[in-house]
Design a protein around this ligand. Structure first.
Ligand code: GLN
Length: 201
């Protein structure tokens, strides 16, 4: 079916399997991405939570980071937690390399040791009731550029943001049964795929 999209889940480390399960619940085909060339066969990419510095170590081979940068400049990407850190333009605590596609400044491990992991339910701009949000050693978004839409906040800091075809959450929607954030991303990928412009390389 031409309308069938394939979403890749970066599976170098972290909780990629939970994302796959949510996508499968939504009836979306997904594949695990472990090698740079696997980015060629997908319409959108989920970058899961984990440890962003460890991701960077794994990406530092076979031109993976450069290829990923190229991918996110052209196709939809959705980063959760460490994934959001990787997408950000500016990473603090400490400064670290990133894909630099999402115009935010983000501080790693920003909530301190005691409250570093928590679950809260709050309003969002998504249709429907307040959303459960699971935070695990979460980063905090400290600046958003003009093109960034804030879809949810925690204590006046954005926790779910969108800039065009890039979506990022500082929490873990894949760990809640509510699938609305993934549905939003799936719709973003479908939107992008609609005209089916074939890119020849
Ligand atoms: N603390 C992690 C980091 O800085 C992110 C935590 C997570 O993804 N749950 O990369």
């Amino acid at each position: 079916m031409s309308d069938q999209i394939t979403i890749g889940v970066l599976a170098l480390q972290g909780d990629y399997d939970a994302h796959r399960q949510t996508l499968s619940l939504l009836g979306v085909r997904s594949v695990l991405v472990r090698k740079p060339e696997e980015l060629d066969d997908i319409d959108g990419l989920v970058i899961p939570g984990g440890e962003s510095s460890t991701f960077l170590k794994f990406l530092d081979r076979e031109g993976f980071l450069a290829k990923l940068r190229d991918f996110v400049s052209q196709k939809p990407a959705f980063g959760t937690c460490a994934g959001a850190i990787l997408l950000a333009k500016e990473v603090r605590n400490p400064t670290q390399e990133s894909l630099g596609i999402l115009d935010i400044a983000i501080q790693r491990n920003a909530y301190g040791r005691q409250i570093d992991s928590s679950i809260m339910t709050g309003p969002t701009k998504l249709d429907g009731p307040p959303l459960e949000m699971v935070f695990i050693r979460a980063p905090r978004i400290e600046r958003t550029g003009a093109g960034v839409e804030v879809l949810a906040e925690r204590e006046q800091h954005p926790v779910l943001v969108r800039q065009g075809k890039i979506l990022a959450a500082t929490f873990h929607p894949e760990l809640s049964s509510d699938t609305r954030v993934h549905e939003l991303f799936v719709n973003m990928v479908r939107e992008q795929e609609k005209p089916r412009v074939q890119v020849t390389r």
